[in-house]
Design a protein around this ligand. Structure first.
Ligand SMILES: Nc1ncnc2c1ncn2[C@@H]1O[C@H](COP(=O)(O)OP(=O)(O)O)[C@@H](O)[C@H]1O
Ligand SMILES: [Mg+2]
Length: 375
């Protein structure tokens, strides 16, 4: 059982700031997913937790104890790498038992632990094979078993599923989630895959260019993205974004742009004239011939319709002219839209997201009808 606290953690490589002053709490038993694009600093952050990369600045606390300078083997953390890093010349049994042998545990205890852990991960019949005689999924499970065998306080997993094919990835995802539930241990899992993050995490930490953009439950991060970056990174298709301007219409605030009129359900606190970016998710837009009064309306043209099997996604251009923004709409198949169709899309004000175009930060319209002006 372990809680991890990260304070002002920074790592530079020459002029590159790989991890930039991150503060983060991982409570005991959490399944925290570090999510972000390639190169955003996920592996560097994880390697600092494991003790494999020394930080340039900041502290790491494990159960309240400062372990920033503690060598990896004394950290009660187990790391699983994307590449599995198995010993090719050792059998599965000896690979799994390696951390116990390295700690000179009694032979009988090691054998019993290896057998128990192999059973949990369905490796019982493979104990005498070598890594090259295993599939990718089996190798990945051996790497997990080797981490599990020590019963560490926390698991650090760096893209452990990314070498698996799609079917195996989905199955192993479910296995890992189940394992976390059964063990109740703390997991820190790195991935660039938003579906992995949404399905496995108890909390997601979104990273961009070494900085923490947002931390929250999958629902929170999806439903209330803190920035344009998070809004664009989570969700498939990505959230539709339309540059707009706030206008006062009979004292009520609207976001308007060519083809767009969106009442925000707010009295105008004096923000009229301000530029914003309006965001709306594909599943919250509905094509209609008769928009309800008070509904947000986006008028445009269908450019492309994608068939996803049970659903369709229609990519629509809002307004017209070169560079007009594109907004996807998603719904049960058939949507009854075809390329070239003129379309009106509607949604309700509570489905709208507003962002500051300069900072990219979310503008919050609650609790009072006041949009905070960025400093
Ligand atoms: N050992 C290193 N030497 C120099 N630069 C590095 C090293 N490790 C990582 N970086 C740089 O730090 C940044 C973050 O890398 P990394 O943590 O591997 O990102 P991610 O795991 O999110 O893809 C990248 O710009 C990468 O090139
Ligand atoms: Mg990485």
């Amino acid at each position: 059982m372990s809680s991890i606290r990260i304070e002002g953690l920074t790592r530079r490589f020459g002029s590159v700031v790989a991890v930039d002053g991150i503060d983060l709490d991982v409570p005991d038993g959490d399944f925290l997913v570090l999510l972000g694009p390639s190169g955003c600093g996920k592996s560097t952050l994880l390697r600092m937790l494991a003790g494999l990369t020394p930080p340039t600045a900041g502290r790491i606390l494990l159960d309240g104890r400062d372990i920033t300078a503690t060598p990896p083997r004394d950290r009660d953390l187990a790391m699983v790498f994307q590449s599995y890093a198995l010993y090719p010349h050792l059998t599965v049994a000896r690979n799994i038992g390696f951390p116990l042998r390295a700690r000179h545990r009694p032979r009988a205890e090691t054998a019993a632990r290896v057998e128990a852990v192999a059973g949990v991960l369905g490796l019982g019949g493979l104990l005498h094979r070598r890594p090259r005689e295993l599939s990718g999924g089996q190798r990945q499970r051996v790497a997990l078993a080797r981490a599990l065998v020590r019963d560490p306080g926390a698991f650090l997993l760096d893209e452990p599923l990314s070498n698996l094919d799609a079917t195996l990835r989905t199955a192993t995802r479910a296995e890992l989630t189940e394992l976390h539930r059964r063990l109740g241990s703390t997991f820190v899992h790195v991935t660039h895959d938003q579906v992995e993050a949404m399905t496995m995490a108890t909390r997601i930490a979104v990273l961009d260019a070494g900085r923490l953009e947002q931390v929250g439950t999958p629902a929170h991060v999806y439903d209330a993205p803190a920035s344009l970056f998070v809004a664009g990174f989570l969700g498939s298709p990505a959230m539709g974004l339309v540059p707009a301007r706030l206008e006062s219409v009979d004292g009520a605030l609207h976001a308007r742009a060519p083809g767009l009129d969106a009442p925000l359900g707010l009295a105008d606190p004096g923000d009229a004239g301000r530029d914003v970016v309006l965001g709306v998710r594909a599943e919250h837009l509905v094509p209609t011939d008769a928009p309800a009064p008070g509904a947000a309306r986006l008028r445009g043209t269908v450019r492309l319709v994608e068939n996803l099997g049970s659903e369709e996604v229609a990519h629509c251009v809002v307004g017209d002219g070169d560079g007009a923004p594109r907004v996807p709409v998603r719904g049960p198949r058939p949507l009854r839209l075809a390329p070239g169709d003129a379309v009106t899309l509607t949604t309700t004000p509570d489905r709208l997201h507003l962002f500051d175009p300069g900072s990219g930060r979310r503008l919050v319209a609650a609790p009072a009808p006041v949009l905070p002006v960025p400093a």
